[in-house]
Design a protein around this ligand. Structure first.
Ligand code: SF4
Length: 63
């Protein structure tokens, strides 16, 4: 069974900001993958950026 959860309005806003900031539709990977590998660790949103479900489930990344 696929795990589902609802995202808060705050998280949705952060997701939208990150997608607008770091997603390149011509680059490889999904938008979540591209944001997950964001190199801007000093960004205030870095800890809250969206990540892929694969790594979220493994606990490899914080979000
Ligand atoms: S974490 Fe910051 S720099 Fe990285 S995509 Fe999100 S808003 Fe942009």
């Amino acid at each position: 069974m696929k795990k589902t959860f609802s995202r808060s309005p705050r998280q949705k806003a952060i997701d939208a900001k990150c997608k607008d900031c770091g997603y390149d539709p011509y680059d490889k990977g999904t938008w979540r993958y591209q944001i997950e590998i964001c190199p801007c660790t000093d960004c205030p949103l870095y800890e809250f950026r969206p990540v892929t479900m694969k790594n979220y489930d493994k606990g490899d990344v914080d979000c």
